[in-house]
Design a binder for this molecule. Structure first.
Ligand code: PLP
Length: 401
């Protein structure tokens, strides 16, 4: 198999090098095709995808059920603009709200847009419902956060390279150490309208908060009339062995922020799902998106959710995740400082840069990527076969031992 126009991998890499912006540092593999947990490069070599586009592919590559819906919907109607109604969006709203045990859904496209939408909701709720003085609302975030790449979102990142020379930044955010409930307590003020938090910090290196932390954050928010906004873009929709990572501590956030696997990798679909009394701060004209809630997006998202249900991917992530952690227990020691995670979201922390190990894994047919330099993130599609997962572990053990 060859790439587009029968170009070789080297030719394609060279074209991208000269014509593409250099805001990524990909492994030198050129993928031409994929199915389930496996991808094939332009030379016909197969690799196990253990990154899943950062959980966008929980349902696996080109899932047949989603593909069928995608093709049929694309042939019918793709985009109407929100100036008119379409016959898919109402059903997505109901199905997704019910799934979140919540009330109201606002669809967007990318994860970053959904986070921005949640920030707008929280601020307006703060002014209109909590009585915060105009333009003084504050949102608490955590050190090590990753919520996306807009200028507002990188403005409260603690990662220098995400921020460098992109300022000036949006005010109104205060950051506290992740996992430290006392520090969060200390910054809550009457002007605080929301806490914005990832239940597990993925980009930061699969950083797990101490047990009970999310519960304590939820209680703190409730006691102070502060909204809890959970960014479950990467941890949600089955990845951690629960529908949402917040479920592990029986926490029901006021606002869920979803994306990535909400479309199973077919088309960017994100959403904010929240309590009616928060989401109804949005009135006609106050917010919007050309593609958000399009019939194609809504149909794809409905199919993506249905696949998680029908194939019991939540239970699968829990079961396979337990097996994975057990199998990886033996690699501790040597260069491996820590193995941590939940469900099929696992970080292997090394005492040195992880890139070279990712390259060695690639040579053995396993695709994964370092995050935060020293952590290998493992997040295979939830549809991965148990035997493939076992094979992945063998390759990891071989490379790290
Ligand atoms: C990926 C991600 C985002 C941003 O989503 P985009 O679709 O890339 O804009 C935000 N928050 C978390 C936790 C993510 O993993």
């Amino acid at each position: 198999m060859k790439g587009a126009g029968d170009l070789s991998a080297d030719q394609l890499l060279a074209i991208e090098e000269s014509w593409g912006a250099h805001n990524y540092h990909p492994l030198p593999i050129v993928i031409a095709q994929a199915q389930g947990a496996w991808v094939t490069d332009v030379d016909g070599r197969r690799y196990l995808d253990c990154l899943s586009a950062y959980s966008a592919l929980n349902q696996g590559h080109v899932h047949p059920t989603i593909l069928k819906v995608f093709q049929e919907q694309a042939a019918r109607v793709t985009l109407t603009s929100r100036a008119f109604h379409n016959d898919q969006l109402p059903l997505l709203c109901r199905e997704l709200a019910e799934r979140c045990h919540s009330d109201t859904v606002l669809p967007m496209n990318t994860g970053a847009e959904a986070v921005e939408t949640a920030i707008k909701a929280a601020r307006r709720w703060g002014y209109q419902k909590k009585g915060i003085a105009p333009d003084t609302a504050e949102i608490v975030v955590c050190h090590g956060n990753f919520h996306g790449r807009t200028t507002t979102l990188v403005g409260f990142s603690s990662e220098p390279e995400y921020r460098r020379h992109f300022g000036p930044f949006t005010p109104g955010f205060v950051a506290v150490p992740f996992g430290d409930i006392d520090a969060m307590h200390a910054v809550i003020r009457p002007e605080t309208c929301a806490v914005l938090i990832e239940p597990i910090q993925c980009e930061a290196g699969i950083v797990m908060p101490p047990a009970g932390y999310l519960r304590a954050v939820a209680d703190l928010c409730r006691a102070n009339d502060v909204l809890l906004m959970a960014d479950e873009i990467q941890t949600g929709l089955g990845r951690t062995g629960a529908w949402f990572a917040c479920d592990h501590e029986q926490v029901r956030p006021d606002i869920y922020i979803l994306g990535k696997a909400l479309s199973g990798g077919f088309y960017p679909v994100s959403a904010v799902v929240g309590r009616a009394d928060v989401m109804n701060v949005f009135t006609p004209g106050s917010h919007g998106s050309t593609y958000g809630g399009s019939p194609l997006a809504a149909a794809v998202a409905r199919a993506a959710l249905r696949v998680i249900d029908e194939e019991q991917l939540v239970d699968r992530a829990a079961t396979l995740g337990r097996a994975l952690m057990k199998a990886l227990a033996s690699i501790r020691g040597g260069v491996v400082l820590d193995v941590r995670g939940r469900g099929l979201l696992v970080g292997i922390e090394l005492d040195r840069p992880a890139r070279i190990y990712c390259e060695r894994l690639m040579a053995r047919g396993v695709l994964c990527k370092e995050t935060h330099e020293r952590v290998i993130r493992l997040a295979p599609p939830l549809v991965i076969a148990a035997a493939d997962l076992h094979w992945m572990v063998e390759q990891i053990v071989a490379v790290l031992h």
